[in-house]
Design a protein around this ligand. Structure first.
Ligand SMILES: [Zn+2]
Length: 164
């Protein structure tokens, strides 16, 4: 498995967007391109599966049962680095178990994204519903959000006063 993992990591790093090409594209990007992009976005035609963009299929990633923590960590790091080169960030809390992080990252290959020439794409997993949150109750960030919300309810407001 170790050999497969090293090869996989190498392939992931090879799938990074080449910076010069990205910069070149960005430089040549003008107002017409901008509106073409907006149109593509509105029509929904511009969406591509992330795996197709990167050239990976989920099946190429071994199941967590076959990997040790260190291997999951290395693959995840390479994956995050690769996403970043494409201006994509996966919004995953730092402290979640590595197997969960690994699975969430691999699941992004089946997400549809709209690639833009400029700007960042944030892949969100938590949809502010603790019950269905993929991070689980312990690591869900929306939980904090809900707590803040509860706090807000308990603040007594004078007429016309805003809570912030
Ligand atoms: Zn959540």
């Amino acid at each position: 498995m170790e050999k497969y993992v090293s090869q996989l990591i190498e392939d992931i790093l090879d799938a990074q967007r080449i910076e010069d090409e990205a910069l070149e594209e960005e430089k040549e990007f003008d107002i017409e391109d901008h509106f073409a992009e907006v149109e593509r976005y509105i029509s929904g035609e511009g969406e591509e599966q992330l795996g197709d963009i990167l050239g990976f299929k989920k099946i190429q990633f071994p199941p967590v049962e076959r990997l040790n923590d260190e291997q999951m960590q290395s693959i995840s790091e390479a994956f995050v680095q690769c996403l970043f080169s494409w201006n994509i960030t996966a919004e995953i809390p730092e402290n979640i178990p590595i197997s969960l992080k690994y699975n969430l990252l691999v699941s992004t290959l089946e997400k549809k994204v709209f690639m833009q020439i400029s700007g960042f794409i944030h892949l969100e997993f938590c949809h502010y519903d603790v019950e269905t949150c993929p991070f689980g109750l312990e690591f869900c960030q929306c939980k904090d959000f809900e707590n803040d919300f509860d706090d807000m309810d308990t603040i007594e407001l004078k007429d016309g006063e805003l809570p912030f």
